[in-house]
Design a protein around this ligand. Structure first.
Ligand code: ADP
Ligand code: ZN
Length: 438
């Protein structure tokens, strides 16, 4: 067992697979019965598919259950999917949602305990303990990031600095003055923190910070290298979504070969997004999650729209809970340009293979002469920002080639000076779509 902060709560990570499957089955049976009994939406969906809770006799029977989707949360706004009386609900969160009403999620006291437990297991696996000071630089409020990471860090017994987002110079000061050891925030915000520290003459590599827990948005291997080198830390990818619980659905261990899903609480499946067919472990597709122990708002076979694969092979760390691969993309983020499907994450991966390029970039889509046009604005590092026009031209060409080799389309590259592209405090906005819609 190689979790040095191992305690009884982490035991579930290392449980014999047979025991894990039987816990999953009994929890699944329980939660399906609970949802059927208490949520009209689930009861109707199951009745329409001709399935009753008693038909779940085996874990495989989960495949008989109908899927649920984000639109179902919108249609039942705000409390239509609640499975307990409001007197049992102790917290509400809401996810931004790009249009119209947000989607609302509810928690009982026990649900919050589960959330804190999975976050705690994740933080412990990333090498943090009660002896550490953890700064939470995710937004606090309706967004699940801040409070989720906060309660998990408290459950771990660490000293929590609830900094929230913003006031970046002050964040850096707190990190230095308090001797912060770990930070939870979006990867793009941490990049911004490193820059601001540098501007203030502070070298983060010399501070006690050693662990970064980064999630809420896709990020590439190139980004990881920039964060780890820039701050002298070990970066951990953490995944979650409000509909399922918030951050803490899955997180990397120190092997950094995929994120372990806390599958005693969240049951993962991968489906073909077009046909809905369940794919075998190892194949890429859309992640579907079922909450096995969330009572206020159970989610059954929720289609996350996030694309990944299940890694079922045992991990060197000894955890028996399965892993998912880095989220390669969120299907909603995909844009179609001149008939080609492109994900911003593909562009990021290509950009960051070119030396001198930073992870601050913006993809701008426009219509020119009736055709889609794509420009990528990229900030280059101060060292690469040469006065020599020919050096810059060469860099521009290299970037263009790197991106073209990945997406198969010629793009326009515009090199911009350090600090030109707007920084985000939460999830970074990578695409500006200014195309004329017919
Ligand atoms: P919203 O839907 O408003 O963005 P959430 O804050 O619940 O609300 O965001 C959850 C989504 O964020 C996930 O479905 C996923 O697309 C993305 N996400 C979260 N963590 C990661 C991660 N580690 N890597 C890539 N994407 C992530
Ligand atoms: Zn592992």
């Amino acid at each position: 067992m190689s979790c040095k902060n191992y305690d009884s709560c982490c035991a579930a990570d290392f449980m014999p697979v047979g025991d894990l499957r039987s816990i999953q089955l009994s929890r699944l049976q329980n939660i399906v019965a609970h949802a059927y009994k208490n949520v009209e939406f689930f009861r109707k969906r199951m009745d329409d598919s001709g399935i009753k809770p008693a038909d779940i006799k085996d874990l495989k029977d989960i495949q008989k259950l109908p899927f649920s989707k984000k639109i179902d949360l919108r249609d039942t706004y705000p409390f239509g999917l609640c499975a307990v009386p409001m007197s049992e609900v102790v917290r509400l969160h809401a996810s931004s949602g790009t249009t119209g009403k947000p989607i609302v999620v509810a928690y009982t006291k026990e649900d919050l305990d589960v959330w804190a437990e999975v976050m705690k297991r994740g933080l412990a696996g990333a090498g943090l303990s009660r002896n550490d000071i953890i700064q939470i630089a995710y937004g606090y409020g309706l967004f699940t990031g801040g409070l989720g990471a906060h309660c998990g860090s408290e459950a771990l017994g660490a000293t929590v600095v609830p900094a929230s987002v913003g006031n970046t110079q002050r964040q850096v000061m707190l990190m230095r003055d308090f001797g912060v050891n770990g930070i939870c925030c979006t990867p793009s915000y941490f990049l911004h923190l490193i820059e601001q520290a540098n501007l203030a003459g502070i070298d983060m590599r010399e501070l006690p910070i050693r662990v970064g827990i980064f999630g809420a948005e896709p990020w590439s291997q190139g980004m990881r290298e920039q964060l780890e080198k820039g701050a002298g830390i070990e970066a951990f990818d953490i995944y979650g979504l409000s509909e399922i619980i918030g951050p803490g659905v899955a997180i990397e261990c120190t092997e950094h070969q995929g994120m372990h899903v806390f599958e005693d609480h969240f049951y993962p499946e991968i489906i073909d997004p077009d046909t809905g067919e369940v794919l075998p472990d190892g194949e890429m597709g859309e992640l579907v999650l079922t909450t096995l122990s969330k009572y206020a708002m159970p989610m059954i076979r929720y289609r996350t729209r996030d694309l990944t694969r299940i890694i079922a092979e045992p991990c060197k760390c000894g955890r028996t809970i399965r892993r998912i691969d880095r989220i390669s993309a969120r299907s909603d983020d995909m844009f179609i340009i001149r008939g080609v499907n492109v994900f911003p994450s593909q562009i990021e991966s290509a950009l960051l293979t070119v030396p001198g390029v930073t992870a601050n970039y913006l993809i701008i889509l426009t219509t020119e002469k009736g055709m889609d046009s794509i420009e990528v604005q990229v900030e280059i590092s101060p060292e690469a920002f040469s006065d020599q026009v020919k050096d810059l031209e060469a860099l521009q060409k290299n970037i263009s080639k790197a991106v073209e080799s990945v997406i198969g389309l010629r793009i326009r590259v515009k090199l911009v000076a350090p600090q030109t592209i707007a920084r985000s405090e939460g999830k970074a906005k990578r695409v500006l779509d200014q195309r004329i819609k017919n």
